[in-house]
Design a protein around this ligand. Sequence first.
Ligand SMILES: *[C@@H]1O[C@H](CO)[C@@H](O)[C@H](O)[C@H]1NC(C)=O
Ligand SMILES: *[C@@H]1O[C@H](CO)[C@@H](O)[C@H](O)[C@H]1NC(C)=O
Ligand SMILES: *[C@@H]1O[C@H](CO)[C@@H](O)[C@H](O)[C@H]1NC(C)=O
Length: 324
Amino acid sequence: MRFLCSPFSTLALLVASLSSLSNAQSGVGIRLKQIKNLVTFGDSYTDVGPGYSSNGGTPWPIYTAGYAGVKLFPYAKGGATCSNELTYRPFPPLFGSQLPKYFEEKGSLDLQPEETIYTLWIGTNDVGSNALLTGNPGTKASLVAVTDCMVNWVKVLYESDVRNFIFQNMIPLETVPIYAPVSWPNKFWTAERNSTEWSVFMRELVLSGNELTKLKLEALAPKLPGAHIALFDSHSLFADMYSNPGSYLNGTAPVNVTGAIDTCYYEVGATSPRSCVKVEGDANRDSYLWYDELHPSEQADRIVAREIAEVIEGKENRWTSWIS
Ligand SMILES: *[C@@H]1O[C@H](CO)[C@@H](O)[C@H](O)[C@H]1NC(C)=O
Ligand SMILES: *[C@@H]1O[C@H](CO)[C@@H](O)[C@H](O)[C@H]1NC(C)=O
Ligand SMILES: *[C@@H]1O[C@H](CO)[C@@H](O)[C@H](O)[C@H]1NC(C)=O
């Protein structure tokens, strides 16, 4: 008894009980098994088709839905930016297309706020070529405006009673073949360019953009009572896959984080490729980090799916911090 009442043991008990508090008990995050539905927004990284997959195989949301045992409601579309009023591209943007479609359909979907989580993974096209990186004729977009737009996704959905969010930040795009220092003219860009400068500028856009969205989400969260907002650090996850590929890439070929499974080489300014190379066989493909010059591979996406599934199940996750 005397031992149990000593200041040391009281402190030890307090520490033990604090660290055993689950997310839900502390009012932050979600409970185990709370989530039954997953609603996804974003660009090609998250698009599930029909008839299209940016990794040449199964996209991550389909894996996640399977891993976590939840129902998928996919709204992400390839080529999307946050808003075509900021960075115009001829694809269905988040604002102006994906959100309107969701609001139109939501009445006929059984999505209880408590049981449903919403994800957004966007920015690759907003900061990319033909947008912030190279300038976007006719618009005056900035990283400030684009990150406002991304964070506004939380606000707009919250106002329609959505409560659970996962915000996936941008990956280190300066390591993706199209934006890497050592690059080549490819199907996404054949014009003359200085790939060293592209890579340097891209790194700045991604790091600054991710810091801006984090700070803006932290400032927004206290104004949204009852909301649970997770920041999923895709940037650190992909940086780790790039530096420690052996921990993630499990194919039979040597691990490869600089090339791509499906790539074509162009001459500068050419409209058709000089040559194309496609890595055949799932066992070889799973050694690659990138599917093509712009997109993660299916194995990279399985890793994303596994990590997001863990968050959805209400477990602790190495790449995730709950802001509220
Ligand atoms: C590309 O840009 C880098 C950094 O500004 C510069 O050092 C290099 O000389 C440029 N390369 C070419 C071919 O212009
Ligand atoms: C990575 O893959 C590309 C495309 O298949 C290939 O050209 C390149 O040599 C590979 N790099 C390494 C380091 O194996
Ligand atoms: C690599 O691991 C994934 C699970 O992350 C598995 O589905 C896939 O079949 C594995 N690939 C190979 C070639 O073993």
